[in-house]
Every structure is written in C-alpha cells, then in structure tokens.
Write a protein that binds this ligand. Structure first.
Ligand SMILES: Cc1cc2nc3c(=O)[nH]c(=O)nc-3n(C[C@H](O)[C@H](O)[C@H](O)COP(=O)(O)OP(=O)(O)OC[C@H]3O[C@@H](n4cnc5c(N)ncnc54)[C@H](O)[C@@H]3O)c2cc1C
Ligand code: FES
Length: 248
C-alpha cells in the first residue's frame, strides 16, 4: 500500500475544533476511502485514520475534528511540515450501485467528511444526491457541499442554523432508492432503523478505533448480525447498514 512522506500544503481551522488539511498526492483514491496520518517524528506510536474528504488534481483534502492527542498534533502542523501519509485504504462507497438512483447522503458532525466526494461523483454522473447534514451546534463546511448537492438541508440541535433538532427529522428514506450515511454511532443506528422500516438500502461508513489500518491487528473489528467479526479497515470502512450489529 502506498506510504510516503509529504509536505503539508495548508492546515486551517474551518469550524470549532475542526480543521481542513491539504496534502499532495497523485495516487488515485475512491470516494469513501481513508488514509493513516502521522506527523514526522511524532512521539505517538500510531498514526490516525482520517477519511478522504476531497481530491483535486494532486491535492488531497482532509477534514478532521480535534478530539485527543493525535488530532491535536495534526492541528498544530504548519505548511511545510512533514507527515507520513499511508493510503488510500479501505473499500470506498459503492458508486456503481448508485448510478441513476435517487440517492440521499446523511452526515452527522465530522461524519460529513467522507460524503463530499460521493456528492461530487454523483453530480458528475448526472444524478446529484440530496444531502442532509446535522450538527450539534454551529454548522461547518456546508458551503463545500452546496454546489454538488440536489437539495441541501441542515439541522442543528441548538437551533443556531437550519432545522432545530436531529438530522433524522429532515428526511423520509421512502423518498430515496439508496442512502449513504456517516456520523456518530447512535445517529447511524437511527438512520439504519429508519431505512430498514422504509425498505431503503443504506450504506454506512464506520469510524472504529484503528491501529494497523491494514487488516492485521483486529483492533477495529465490528460485528454483523450473524456474529461474524468484520475488520473496519480491510472489509470496510463502508458496510451495508443492515448487516452491522451496532449494539455488539
Ligand atoms: C476509517 C476512519 C475514518 C475516519 N475519518 C475521520 C475524519 O475524516 N475526520 C475525523 O475527524 N476523524 C475521523 N476518524 C476518527 C479519527 O481517526 C479519530 O478521531 C482519531 O484517531 C482520534 O485520535 P486522537 O489521538 O486525537 O484521540 P484519542 O486520544 O485517541 O481519543 C480521544 C477521544 O476520542 C475517542 N475516539 C478516538 N478514536 C475514535 C474513533 N475512531 N471513533 C470515535 N471516537 C474515537 C476516544 O474514545 C476518546 O474519547 C476516522 C476513523 C476511521 C476509523
Ligand atoms: S486496524 Fe488493524 S485490523 Fe483494522
């Protein structure tokens, strides 16, 4: 798998504790894939998994939220600093299944990151998806989605923007032929339940904690309804929502 030392092009705060980092790479990647990022000389043992948010020519864009030591270290990086970039990893969204279908993208918080490239790919295919994005408080990055979505709806729990409430109150899955979803586990679980009730297939991007990122350590396993372990990094991170046992 490709792994290279790259130089940070830009790294700026675009929301509260949310950063956008741009890195060079010419290796083609698929929407929904992810990379492992580690600052050069970091004292931290493990790299951190971050989804590919956008890819334009030779520039990759990552959107990440500072939640602990690893992401804080990334947020302190400046243009010109060096970082080990490993990837692209994982399977990506099933774009071939989406062709010509009425697609809905549902993102929660930093879980909007892997959905932007899916929106762009669908726009290019000529069937732009509707997008519903939910945030606890101040929304971020919604302007990046605007040009590539059919309809774009926002929900905030605090009511500072868009609908006051949960993202799950913004849509009826029966209006769509397929749903793609990424966000906190309780939100994905709720979206899968709504889709199941409506008979609409749904795909989720899981963000389980990772170590190796390449299928060797089993740190990232999730469970399906048959009790079978699935590696988020190697078998996913994108799975059919109906398959995943969110309570395991
Ligand atoms: C395939 C994949 C794609 C991802 N894409 C993105 C992305 O695009 N943007 C982004 O901001 N984050 C993404 N993540 C999550 C990101 O990897 C973690 O937030 C990061 O590793 C946390 O590292 P840390 O050292 O800052 O925090 P830590 O010190 O490791 O943890 C701080 C806190 O965050 C919690 N935490 C840590 N890792 C996760 C996780 N994977 N899921 C939920 N809670 C966690 C811990 O339980 C703890 O409470 C992705 C994860 C995976 C597996
Ligand atoms: S992170 Fe090691 S198997 Fe997935």
């Amino acid at each position: 798998m490709p792994s290279e030392m790259v130089t940070v092009r830009s790294n700026q705060e675009v929301g509260e504790d949310v950063f956008e980092m741009r890195l060079p790479s010419s290796v083609p990647a698929k929407p929904g894939q992810f990379y492992m990022l580690r600052r050069e000389g970091s004292a931290l043992l493990l790299p951190r998994a971050i989804s590919l948010c956008n890819q334009e020519e030779d520039t990759l864009t990552f959107l990440y939220k500072v939640v602990g030591e690893g992401t804080a270290e990334l947020s302190n990086m400046k243009p010109g600093d060096k970082l080990r970039l490993t990837g692209p990893l994982g399977n990506g969204w099933p774009l071939e299944e989406l062709s010509g279908k009425r697609v809905l993208l549902v993102g929660g918080g930093i879980g909007i990151a892997p959905l932007l490239l899916a929106a762009k790919a669908l726009r290019q295919q000529g069937n732009p998806a509707d997008c519903c994005l939910g945030f606890p408080h101040q929304p971020f990055y919604q302007e990046a989605f605007q040009p590539d979505c059919g309809a774009l709806s926002i929900a905030t729990e605090s009511g500072v923007a868009g609908h006051k409430g949960l993202v799950t109150q913004l849509f009826d899955p029966a209006d769509y032929e397929i749903v793609l979803c990424c966000g906190p586990t309780p939100m994905m679980k709720a979206v899968v339940a709504l889709c199941k009730a409506a008979g609409t297939p749904v795909w989720v991007s899981l963000e389980n904690r990772m170590a190796c990122g390449v299928g060797a350590c089993l740190v990232c396993t999730c469970s399906d309804h048959q009790g079978k372990n699935r590696r988020t990094c190697k078998d996913g991170p994108i799975f059919r929502g109906e398959e995943i046992n969110f309570d395991a």
